[in-house]
Design a protein around this ligand. Structure first.
Ligand code: SF4
Length: 211
């Protein structure tokens, strides 16, 4: 069901938002920034905001020099854009002062940055550092693994789901489960009215609606 890789996440997800020809440190900063912009925001909107930022040269220094109003105008309409302006500025200042303009290379340090949660930290480790530290569980991965009962008992938060999945899922699948299920959730196993009739899981899925 994901073989055509044509979901929004495949075309406009965080892995497509950074400048892969930029110096590694700049690339890693752009990965972190796109993750911060992406929470509660559609891939299309995050991708467009990243493009506007990159057109002005997206680096730690360019963001520190930018005033908050301008940053807000550029990232609008990403979800919670006012808070994100604040978090981006605070995090970027910390990166400059404490990490020489790079991003930290551990989950423990990443989650201490303002506006960075566990999902973002694990995805930053995958994408920016090519280091699979844990499963990136967003709302799609959380919902679908509960529908399919891939967690022993129902979990109430993405963080609980991450721990439950990591308990049994082979480590070499931790990276791909994110983009596979995010795209599946965007195209088939929708939050409301999942397309069960066209889903190849319908005979094995405990949550399948068969009418
Ligand atoms: S059968 Fe329905 S609920 Fe189950 S995985 Fe497929 S789309 Fe989702």
């Amino acid at each position: 069901m994901r073989s055509s890789r044509d979901a929004p996440v495949d075309r406009m997800g965080v892995e497509k938002c950074y400048d892969s020809s930029a110096p590694p440190q700049v690339m890693r900063y752009q990965v972190l920034l796109s993750l911060m912009l992406s929470s509660q925001t559609k891939d299309e909107v995050t991708s467009a905001a990243m493009l506007r930022l990159r057109q002005r040269g997206l680096t730690v220094d360019s963001i520190l020099q930018m005033d908050d109003v301008t940053l807000g105008e550029i990232i609008y309409p990403v979800g919670f854009w006012r808070n994100k302006v604040k978090y981006i500025k605070q995090t970027t200042a910390i990166l400059k002062q404490k990490y020489g303009g790079d991003i930290p290379s551990t989950v423990e340090e990443l989650v201490k940055l303002p506006g960075v949660g566990p999902k973002m930290a694990h995805l930053a480790m995958h994408i920016a550092w090519n280091n699979v530290s844990g499963i990136g569980v967003d709302t799609h991965v959380h919902r679908i693994t509960n529908r399919l009962k891939w967690v022993k008992k129902e979990t109430r938060s993405p963080e609980e789901t991450r721990v439950a999945l990591e308990d049994w899922l082979p480590r070499d699948l931790w990276r791909e489960i994110n983009w596979l299920l995010v795209g599946f959730g965007q195209q088939t196993c929708l939050p409301v009215n999942p397309r069960c009739r066209e889903c190849l899981n319908q005979d094995i899925c405990p949550a399948a609606k068969r009418r």
